[in-house]
Design a protein around this ligand. Structure first.
Ligand SMILES: Cc1cc2nc3c(=O)[nH]c(=O)nc-3n(C[C@H](O)[C@H](O)[C@H](O)COP(=O)(O)OP(=O)(O)OC[C@H]3O[C@@H](n4cnc5c(N)ncnc54)[C@H](O)[C@@H]3O)c2cc1C
Length: 411
């Protein structure tokens, strides 16, 4: 059967934070966008849950912050964690020069549903769920579209720009032949849920000790837990048996000891492989990658969503007018990589440093250890906690929305 032909101005592959934010901002600026998301909904539990001050600044810039904050969420402004033998205060976001001075913790599917709902108000926005992008369409060395498969069959989508926002296993970047530089990550994450009770004391978000790191994200009626293991260490964990795994969780966090029956088999524990990499070049004529597709981020620091959204804002600022006016150039695409490379490299550098200097030694340790001195210093000097808060909350270059709503863009 012949593929259905679709013509759009910008075809965005991937409905994660980068793709939905780019789609929203471009449609608001009067650019026709079609976002392809291969899943039927945004509901997947391996997504991060953090909405950072910089992202909420973007929502404030476009007049959506109050509406967003009406959705159920919790607010985190003083971030602490157990490192070695000590519970330490590590970051304080209350002094940030942003509209919201906290990290909002909200399931990412709620955030993406909110944002795509806001984007739906613009007739230029089209989101195709259950639609998976495949081969790129090229003409004369230029990407001119993408083939896709949706619920009603094959699609051939022609566009002035294909924006690859399809995450760290990006098919778009592979199809485009862009060169990936693997930075490496010495860790993987086991991901599972445990029930939360209303009278639970507030659990430490992170626990690092000899042989383990446990992260517990409060999602109201359950904890989303991440248990960090050495890369490739899943078989060793399984070999010790589920009972031994549960016993180690109970020893780390006694509060959860009475609810581990929720983990009935290894099927309840998912393995998430952690990657840090980046593209040497983010673009080709007619194509640009942003977010994890351009630079896969480790979960360390919970900043990957932040960076993906900042890339989307920078891309929309740079591309809205050229796309709308049909004058997109390679220089526009190169400008986005130039602008976003340094902030991304600095954050990846910090993630690598934490992985190598804190996490990997902790996972190898078999005796209780003292926290590293920078963490002790942060705990002792409240003023210093503003520094990690700034890096985590705002990144190294906070992007503001520069494109106004285009006259007539809203329905
Ligand atoms: C275990 C783990 C925990 C993390 N926790 C956090 C956290 O708490 N906070 C934080 O800030 N960061 C966290 N990160 C990093 C963060 O998840 C990423 O940096 C961020 O999601 C990148 O956003 P993105 O939009 O670029 O890509 P993604 O979020 O990966 O979105 C890509 C989207 O593209 C879709 N897609 C893929 N291929 C296709 C295709 N061919 N056609 C159509 N659609 C396609 C996918 O279904 C997906 O919806 C974590 C990472 C890991 C591995």
């Amino acid at each position: 059967m012949a593929a259905t032909q679709v013509r759009t101005c910008c075809c965005i592959v991937g409905g994660g934070p980068a793709g939905v934010m780019a789609g929203f901002l471009l449609a608001r600026a009067g650019v026709r966008v079609t976002v392809l998301e291969k899943h039927a909904d945004f509901l997947r539990d391996f997504r991060g849950d953090t909405v950072h001050p910089s992202t909420m600044q973007v929502l404030a810039d476009v007049g959506l912050l109050d509406e967003f904050l009406k959705r159920p969420h919790s607010e985190l402004s003083e971030i602490s964690g157990r490192i070695g033998t000590r519970m330490l205060k590590l970051a304080d976001t209350r002094h940030l020069p942003t509209a919201a001075k906290f990290v909002a913790v909200m399931p990412q599917w709620d955030f993406l549903n909110f944002l795509s709902g806001a984007a739906d108000r613009y007739p230029a926005f089209r989101l195709l769920m259950s639609t998976e992008a495949g081969r790129l369409i090229e003409e004369g060395g230029r990407v001119v579209g993408v083939e896709a498969h949706g619920p009603d069959g094959a699609l051939e989508i022609r566009a002035d720009l294909v924006l690859g926002c399809d995450g760290r296993t990006s098919q778009v970047r592979a199809e485009a032949g862009l060169t990936v530089r693997d930075i490496g990550a010495p860790i993987d994450v086991l991901w599972f849920r445990l029930p939360r009770r209303p009278d639970d004391a507030q659990a430490a978000l992170g626990n690092i000790g000899p042989g383990y790191m446990l992260v517990m994200i409060d999602r109201n009626d359950y904890y989303q837990c991440g248990f960090v293991i050495p890369k490739g260490g899943i078989e060793a964990v399984k070999a010790q048996g589920l009972a031994a795994f549960k016993a180690s969780l109970a020893a780390i966090q006694p509060m959860i000891a009475d609810r581990l029956e929720g983990l009935r088999s290894w099927d309840d524990v998912k393995l998430l492989t952690v990657t840090i990499d980046r593209l040497e070049r983010w673009w080709r004529p007619g194509l640009l990658c942003i977010g994890d597709a351009a630079h896969a981020m480790s979960p360390v620091g919970g900043v990957g969503i932040n960076l993906a959204i900042q890339d989307a804002v920078a891309a929309a600022n740079q591309l809205a007018a050229p796309l709308r006016e049909g004058r997109l150039s390679d220089a526009d695409l190169a400008a986005i990589q130039k602008r976003r490379t340094l902030p991304m490299r600095l954050i990846q550098g910090l993630q690598v440093a934490v992985q190598e200097r804190v996490l990997a030694p902790a996972l190898k340790a078999d005796q209780p250890f003292e926290p590293p001195w920078p963490a002790l210093l942060l705990d002792r000097v409240p003023l210093l906690r503003r520094i990690p808060a700034r890096v985590l909350g705002m990144g190294f270059r906070m992007e503001r929305v520069k494109t106004p709503e285009h006259p007539g863009a809203a329905a």
